[in-house]
Design a protein around this ligand. Structure first.
Ligand code: SF4
Ligand code: FE
Length: 481
């Protein structure tokens, strides 16, 4: 049965890994209070996939096996699949209000599916068959897969092969009949620790002479030689305190890992690109396109929750009838639905690749993500405006619950008759969390830099824009030569 229950997923990730946090080795990471919310978030994916209500969105039929699978392991077979992907991501954002981590491997797989097909066609290699075999196992076992792209990049003014330290970009350092040995680091690794497997891809378009960097492969996340360092997030140590209200979104959260590969062996059958430099750019672009499409779903779902929190706090503050508050809420919805429109639009104009799978429209996916680098900041600014300065002056939960001063704080934090001061406290902390706490990483910084920083989309937009065609339009209308 391909669909794992949330409990089965939890049991399946309980494996030793070489993980560090705050300079110390972490054992049984699944019990760590800073990490656990990120695991709860992934469990939510498995939970919703079990529910009849969400079956159509969360699950689908594998085109490989005909079995019912989690949509996060699907290779898109139609425009409808592309649209449902975005709807699923919005749904999960609504349920967790953070990054649910499972889209990167999903997007990487959809990019690799067509790129491996095209590489085989040109070079008579067998990458597509290897990848298919690997991915059927992922579907059959309902595995969580990370996608590892971003290298540390060293000196940005130099190419990978010119770096003073050749490991600034992950590369092949040795090779034998059985496989390859790789070294380097992949950073900003969303959900790596919570994943069973990882798909490694190059970080940029490579050139002849840079073959050792043009490498893509699948590997188990706890393979020997992989060291993980847990990324800090703003206010993360609030999760170590007694009580939970100061955390804001105390059930769920994202996760980012610094991953170091020290001479890691990759068996031949799991290698999906090795030296084909001219396909590295296509892989990066297709993955980037799929992940930029994703943001038109996931960030919209989180936006829905933040708009809900802003509406709720205006009610708790007694400002909900003020026309300027209504107008700000409408503006938040307008911005949020614009992002969704972009996600749906690039999916609706999807097309079929030669390999048979469907891909989103590249120009509109990049426009989608470019808007995502801006609108969540504006939505967040409006939420802070509506909530009031109290989101960053509020005393701690320990004071709020103190026997000595708790009742005084409660008295002065109470607003409208019949409303509970603690509910107001919770919503204020929740907005703080999304604006400047742990979840601001998911909602803001990821919106800026995830799936490529703004300039990466502008480059793609300029490539896809076809200015010559636009100039011709004017010439035609004005009868110009
Ligand atoms: Fe998925 Fe969004 Fe997180 Fe990327 S940022 S992994 S698209 S939830
Ligand atoms: Fe992301």
């Amino acid at each position: 049965m391909p669909l794992k229950t949330p409990e089965e997923y939890l049991e399946s990730i309980k494996k030793p890994v070489n993980l560090y946090m705050f300079g110390e080795k972490v054992k049984e990471f699944w019990n760590h209070p800073i990490i656990r919310p990120s695991i709860n978030t992934v469990m939510k994916i498995y939970e919703l996939a079990q529910m009849d209500e969400y079956k159509d969105i969360m699950t689908t039929t594998s085109h490989f096996t005909g079995k019912n699978i989690n949509r996060f392991t699907h290779i898109h077979q139609s425009v409808d699949d592309l649209i449902k992907k975005v709807q699923m991501q919005r749904l999960l954002g609504q349920h967790t209000a953070c990054c649910f981590q499972r889209c990167v491997g999903f997007d990487g797989a959809n990019a690799l599916y067509s790129v491996t097909y095209e590489m085989d066609k040109k070079y008579d290699t067998n990458y597509h068959e290897r990848f298919t075999k690997y991915w059927v196992e992922v579907q059959n076992q309902d595995l969580m897969v990370d996608g590892a792209m971003t290298d540390t990049k060293g000196d940005r003014s130099k190419r990978p092969s010119q770096q003073p330290d050749p490991d600034a970009y992950l590369h092949i350092v040795d090779e034998n009949d059985q496989g390859i040995i790789v070294r380097g680091a992949k950073v900003h690794q969303t959900g790596f620790l919570n994943s069973h497997r990882v798909m490694v891809m190059p970080t940029l378009a490579l050139r002849p002479g840079e073959e050792e960097y043009a490498v893509s492969f699948g590997i188990d996340a706890n393979t020997k030689g992989i060291t993980l360092v847990y990324g800090r997030q703003s206010c993360d140590t609030r999760k170590l305190e007694d009580g939970k209200l100061d955390i804001g979104n105390y059930k769920y959260g994202g996760q980012e890992i610094f991953v170091i590969f020290e001479d890691v062996f990759v068996p031949k059958e799991n290698i999906f690109m090795k030296g084909e430099v001219e396909f590295s750019g296509e892989l990066v672009n297709r993955f980037g396109g799929f992940h930029r499409q994703s943001y038109g779903g996931c960030k919209v779902g989180v936006g829905d929750v933040l708009i809900g929190a802003a509406a709720l706090i205006s009610e708790y503050n007694g400002t909900d009838k003020a026309s300027h508050i209504r107008d700000k809420l409408v503006e938040m919805v307008h911005l949020n639905e614009t992002l969704y429109s972009c996600g749906i639009a690039c999916s609706s104009l999807g097309f079929q690749r030669e390999a048979g799978n469907y891909e989103m429209d590249m120009l509109l996916a990049n426009v989608c993500k470019q808007n995502v680098t801006r609108f969540p900041y504006e939505i967040g600014r409006l939420a802070e405006d509506i909530a009031g300065g109290i989101i960053c002056t509020l005393p701690s939960e320990a004071d709020f619950k103190s026997e000595e001063i708790g009742s005084l704080l409660e008295k002065y934090l109470t607003t409208c008759e019949g409303l509970c001061a603690e509910d107001r406290y919770r919503v204020l902390r929740f907005i703080e969390n999304l604006s400047m706490g742990v979840s601001s990483v998911s909602y803001k910084t990821e919106s800026m830099h995830g799936a490529g920083s703004p300039q990466a989309q502008r480059i793609m937009i300029s490539r896809q824009a076809d200015f010559e065609e636009k100039k011709k339009l004017v010439k035609k209308i004005l009868d110009l030569e």
